[in-house]
Design a protein around this ligand. Structure first.
Ligand SMILES: NC(=O)C1=CN([C@@H]2O[C@H](COP(=O)(O)OP(=O)(O)OC[C@H]3O[C@@H](n4cnc5c(N)ncnc54)[C@H](OP(=O)(O)O)[C@@H]3O)[C@@H](O)[C@H]2O)C=CC1
Ligand SMILES: [Mg+2]
Length: 334
């Protein structure tokens, strides 16, 4: 069987290593046998009831526990579970050396025992996302979103019959109708509006005290990115967008999996009077470049009152939009 995997790796041989990685990954999704073999020697990311297993570095920062399939197999034996649980692993990617990466939720097993054997701690995703580096956090968020999708997609919404997954865990099929289900993200447009001198930030009552962010809104069925953007700005703050440009995108796992499409937009300075819909936003204000630069340079301390303006953390695409705006308007963020 290992030859099967070698062949899969070789068949993706081409000039670019990135292309060969993408083709290798795609091959694992298409072929259950090859995927099963790849699972035997994989990089494993463990979860317990959707909380990822983290280990603390000597410097006090956090990373995911470095586990291979063999470590997980001995862990399962060690805490009294049989090896079949390994088959519940879900493919999430592969390393630069074409080693498959899988995640596995061992929520049915004793958490403390697993933490003791692995020398780590299972930490709630909302916390671990910001404890991890900006390189590791997105992969852990993707893994958790896939595990959560499997845990909530066990039955066909048309027939009520059980659904069965493929080995990679990239799809589920209804056992009676044959309908194929794929994991979904909800498209969201997030937009930093500017009138040329100032930028517009809003806050919901659920935000931490003092935090303001870019405006955001889910795409309605059938809407284009453009239509969502101009609708949400009109709905939330009563302004008409003149022009906009795309910046970047991001998977955002809170509270469910959103696909954030981040844009810059401009409104005419002559028509920048806000009319905030307080059923959507607790507040929305124009902020000067000086206020935004000050907030970027002095993130809130964990003591005392929050500053007048607190911005989203660097992991959030809103932070990128705000930083881009200050740079485009000549500010220097140290
Ligand atoms: N990464 C980042 O930098 C940021 C991310 N975000 C994320 O963007 C997302 C959208 O922001 P938000 O301002 O709340 O969105 P909206 O302005 O669209 O308002 C939220 C409303 O959208 C409806 N809704 C909820 N879920 C969905 C869905 N899956 N599809 C369609 N409509 C839905 C609900 O309305 P109803 O109750 O009427 O059904 C909800 O009250 C949030 O998940 C938020 O976490 C927001 C800011 C920054
Ligand atoms: Mg909104």
């Amino acid at each position: 069987m290992l030859r099967v995997l070698q062949t899969a790796r070789l068949s993706t041989r081409c000039s670019s290593s990135f292309v060969s990685r993408m083709r290798f990954l795609n091959g694992l999704k298409q072929n259950d046998d090859v995927c099963s073999v790849a699972l035997q020697d994989a990089r494993m990311f463990l979860f317990h009831r959707l909380s990822p297993l983290l280990q603390r570095n000597p410097q006090g920062t956090f990373r995911t526990a470095e586990l291979r399939t063999s470590d997980v197999q001995s862990l399962l034996e060690n805490i009294g579970s049989d090896r079949t649980l390994l088959q519940e692993s879900v493919l999430i990617g592969c390393t630069g050396q074409n080693q498959a990466q899988f995640c596995l939720d061992i929520g049915s097993l004793d958490q403390a025992a697993a933490e003791k054997v692995c020398g780590g701690t299972f930490v709630d995703l909302r916390k671990s996302f910001f404890l991890l580096s900006r390189r590791e956090a997105p992969l852990v968020a993707k893994a958790q979103a896939l595990l959560r999708w499997h845990q909530t997609s066990g039955f066909c919404s048309a027939t009520g019959q059980p659904t069965h997954r493929n080995q990679a865990g990239s799809q589920r099929t209804c056992s009676s109708s044959g309908i194929i289900y794929y994991p979904k993200m909800s498209p969201v447009v997030i937009v930093l509006v500017s009138d040329g001198k100032r930028c517009l930030l809003g806050r919901q009552a659920s935000f931490p005290r003092g935090m303001y962010s870019a405006l955001a809104g889910f795409c309605d069925m059938g809407e284009t990115l453009e239509e969502t953007l101009i609708r949400e700005v009109a709905e939330e703050v009563g302004l008409e967008v003149q022009s906009f440009s795309f910046s970047s995108s991001q998977h955002w796992p809170f509270p469910q999996s959103s696909f954030m499409m981040a844009c810059h937009a401009s409104v005419s300075p002559a028509h920048s009077q806000l009319c905030v819909d307080h059923s959507e936003l607790e507040d929305a204000r124009w902020f000067s470049q000086q206020e935004v630069l000050a907030a970027l340079q002095s993130p809130p301390s964990h003591r005392g009152d929050p500053p007048a303006l607190w911005l989203p953390p660097k992991h959030a695409v809103a932070h990128r939009l705000i930083t881009e705006w200050t740079q485009e308007t000549g500010g220097v963020v140290e």
